[in-house]
Design a protein around this ligand. Structure first.
Ligand code: NDP
Ligand code: OXD
Length: 314
């Protein structure tokens, strides 16, 4: 059984190293290594070059090296084998750290004080709300959204979540589907997006949606935090909403084009905070170990976990 590792945009070497350590009895090859296509039984991908997996006659499963699978689903030549995604406590904790950090920075006006420091200005007295006065709304209460929601609630924020199907989460107000989106947005001061990128969610973060956010919050206007995918956001609409006050600030970890082009006005916008798509990095050690365990389970005739539904795209 050979595992093919197909990665672009990340360094492949640490992944090959970890996979070879956790699967010592099996060959692990990278794209371009000159392998026999018939020998490949499993593949691991992060933004693989399209068509990499077409023409592998014995392929049994494809593992995403991240939680998101839009990079796989978008490949029309993908063979009809199970697609498995990452569900890993290390990755989940990292995302919750990012979300809690962003919400706390906005609550405690970090970006205002950072700007004042650059200008050499002492504290400019402002309203300083408590966490309980700030309503956080999480778009997507899946694995990552649920954990982030729980940790925000522990910090005292007034938290709600929105998902496709109805959910019950202790201490968190839940909303589902298009019919409840208005009610959810209307009680949201900080909108955190942890949705997957699918045909149903592409471009959901647009001007029409920003206009439906709460206008009576304690932070001086609604704030957007997007750590889902760049394709969820309409970047010209974010800029327009920041400029006309529909949004007060945007913390963005993901972008339509990554790396974000040098000429993007988002880079230098005073109301934008940028991180380079690292809200929750995939740790090769943790994820290679989990994928090796999945492969062993599969070979023992057990069901693979965390399979993606190709019809919904997540
Ligand atoms: P899950 O599949 O566990 O959760 C997805 C959530 O989105 C679910 O609650 C689902 O609803 C909801 N959802 C999907 N489609 C819709 C829709 N059309 N309308 C309303 N709700 C919808 O995914 P994860 O939580 O594990 O990950 C979420 C995303 O985070 C990933 O797909 C990836 O894009 C991104 N990510 C970003 C990282 C970064 O570093 N920036 C790192 C890791 C992930 P339901 O519960 O009803 O199914
Ligand atoms: C992921 C990511 O999907 O890192 O895991 O974006």
């Amino acid at each position: 059984m050979t595992l093919l590792v197909a990665i672009t945009g990340w360094d492949t070497a640490p992944w090959l190293d970890r996979f070879r350590r956790v699967l010592p009895d099996r060959p692990v090859v990278a794209t371009g290594d000159g392998h026999d296509p018939a020998s490949i039984l499993y593949a691991a991908s992060w933004k693989h070059t399209p068509a990499t997996f077409a023409g592998l006659p014995n392929l049994r499963a494809i593992f995403s090296l991240g939680a998101g699978v839009d990079h796989l689903i978008g490949d029309a030549t993908l063979p009809a084998v199970p697609i498995l995604r990452v569900v890993d406590p290390d990755l989940t904790n990292r995302m919750s750290e990012y979300v809690v950090m962003q919400c706390l920075m906005h609550l405690r006006r970090h970006f205002l004080y950072a700007a004042q420091q650059r200008e050499g200005r002492w504290f400019d007295e402002r309203d300083q709300p408590a966490a309980r006065d700030v309503r956080v709304g999480i778009l997507g209460t899946g694995v990552l959204g649920t954990d982030a929601a729980r940790k925000l609630a522990v910090m005292g924020f007034d938290v709600a979540g929105w998902s496709r199907s109805p959910k019950s989460l202790e201490g968190i107000r839940t909303y589902a589907g298009e019919a409840e989106l208005d009610a959810f947005l209307g009680r949201t001061d900080i909108l955190v997006c942890l949705l997957p990128l699918t045909p149903a969610t592409r471009g959901i973060l647009d001007g029409r949606l920003f206009a439906r956010l709460a206008r009576d919050g304690r932070l001086g206007g609604p704030i957007l935090v997007n750590a889902g995918r760049g394709g969820l956001q309409v970047e010209p609409d974010i800029l327009a909403a920041l400029d006309d006050g529909t949004l007060a600030f945007a913390s963005l970890d993901v972008f339509g084009t990554e790396p974000l082009p040098a000429g993007s006005p988002l880079w230098r916008h005073p109301k934008v905070a940028i991180t380079p798509h690292n809200a929750a990095n995939s740790d090769p050690e943790a994820i290679a170990t989990a994928i090796a365990a999945q492969i062993r389970r599969h070979e023992a005739g057990e069901r693979l976990g965390n399979e993606v539904d190709r019809t919904t795209g997540y």
